[in-house]
Write a protein that binds this ligand. Structure first.
Ligand code: AMP
Length: 399
């Protein structure tokens, strides 16, 4: 991968920086921000630019507005919240482009912050419209992308805009960290490399599995998707989750693992329930002998022990997807045990990466996020990267 100059080594004093952040935070109907993690994650880059003495113009999307301006998708509450976090004025106007915006941008002084209104109010944004990107580009004199959560989108403010700054485009700290860890994971992993893949559906993970098979030594497959594999091998799965139209695909994946000398670890035993409920009756049975009327909602103690042994011998670990229905306390054991095994291996020197939706939620619920080498901030972006796709937001800066 081409070396990109870190903003750490650049002084932006006197520059007018266009910063793409990801302020797509959850809000209540009345505009109250319920989780400001994404805003907080952008602070190191903003604070660095402020310390340098740059003028900062921030762009972000928020939600999925369909038809131009809609009050509920305005970034006004984010502007207020950001100002509070930074203890610094944030200039904001409920317009995206036009005379007023150009005026504010032209007169923006060093140390000032101007947050543009939701870029998705302009329909060209999501189409990667070049004219819109150029209008945005005119507002500043260099471009920093720190929106990893939107890096899989070829939009005007995440990708197209970069072409107007061929020698002046950078990753923000958050993006730099993600790109560094992802390339270490997928391009230069230490072996043994173990992937732990779980979650409900095999259909959403096929591309990831195919991309990982040539790279990993061990593949642990848990969660609901495991039972499509079990059925494909002729096991009895009761009423466990299964995608019958993916049985052939599962067989092909197992064949490919064999050809690539990947050790496949499926949970030997399962915690099965007579109902999809935390209070259901449960029993522990071999994963390929699940009685009729019962469904597996977690992996069993034997599986937990076997996974721990593999994980503890690994030098690189990627974890995507829970091992069971961890949202219900009675079926969270397998997921939490895997989390603890990964944390232990990390403490012993392994490189561990967690990413893509629910495994991040599980790690947070467990409170072991800081025991992993790296927890990705980008759900969809991380998944596409694991599928082997190039992320437009990354490519736009690298090329
Ligand atoms: P995904 O979005 O495909 O990564 O799947 C995450 C979801 O899979 C979580 O909400 C889990 O509750 C669910 N899940 C994990 N294991 C099972 C299982 N054995 N049966 C049903 N759902 C499961």
């Amino acid at each position: 991968m081409k070396e990109i100059k870190s903003i750490r080594d650049i002084n932006f004093k006197g520059r007018k920086v266009l910063l793409r952040a990801d302020f797509n935070v959850p809000e209540t109907e009345s505009g109250e921000i319920t989780d400001d993690t994404r805003i907080r994650e952008s602070l190191p880059t903003i604070e660095k630019l402020l310390a340098d003495g740059a003028a900062i113009i921030i762009m972000s999307h928020f939600g999925r507005p369909k038809n131009g301006f809609e009050e509920k998708y305005s970034l006004a509450p984010v502007a207020k919240h950001l100002a509070g976090l930074l203890n610094h004025e944030v200039i904001f106007t409920q317009e995206l482009l036009g005379e007023k915006v150009t005026d504010i941008a032209n007169n923006l002084k060093c140390g000032e912050i101007f947050l543009l209104e939701n870029v998705r109010f302009y329909p060209g944004e999501t189409k990667g419209d070049k004219e819109f990107a150029q209008e945005l580009a005119k507002l500043g004199d260099c471009y920093i992308n720190d929106a990893f959560g939107a890096a899989h989108r070829a939009h005007s403010s995440t990708a197209t805009i970069a072409q107007f700054f061929p020698n002046d485009k950078y990753f923000g700290f958050l993006m730099e960290d993600e790109v560094k860890h992802l390339s270490l994971l997928m391009q230069n992993p230490q072996h043994p490399f173990t992937a732990i893949i779980g979650g409900s559906k095999i259909s959403t993970k096929i591309d990831i599995l195919e991309n990982l098979i040539p790279k990993v030594d061990n593949m642990i497959i848990g969660g609901g998707m495991r039972y499509t594999f079990t059925k494909a091998m002729g096991g009895k799965i009761g009423k466990s989750l299964c995608e019958d139209d993916k049985l052939d695909e599962a067989r092909l994946l197992m064949q490919k693992m064999k050809e690539c000398n990947v050790n496949l670890y499926l949970p030997a035993d399962s915690v099965v329930a007579d109902d999809f409920s935390n209070d259901a009756n449960t029993q522990i049975v071999p994963s390929d002998q699940i009685p009729d009327g019962w469904e597996s909602l977690d992996c069993g103690p034997e599986a937990i022990k076997a996974f721990d042994e593999v994980i503890s011998k690994s030098k690189t670990i990627l974890w995507n997807g829970p091992m069971g229905v961890f949202e219900m306390p009675n079926f969270a054991k397998g997921t939490f045990a895997v989390g603890e095994s990964v944390a232990k291996a990390t403490a012993n020197g392994a490189f561990s990466a967690v990413g893509g939706g629910d495994s991040v939620a599980a790690v947070k619920q467990l409170g072991i996020g800081d025991k992993m080498t790296y927890v990705s901030t980008g759900g969809g972006a991380m998944l596409e990267y694991l599928e082997g796709k190039e992320l437009p937001g990354i490519v736009a800066i690298m090329e």
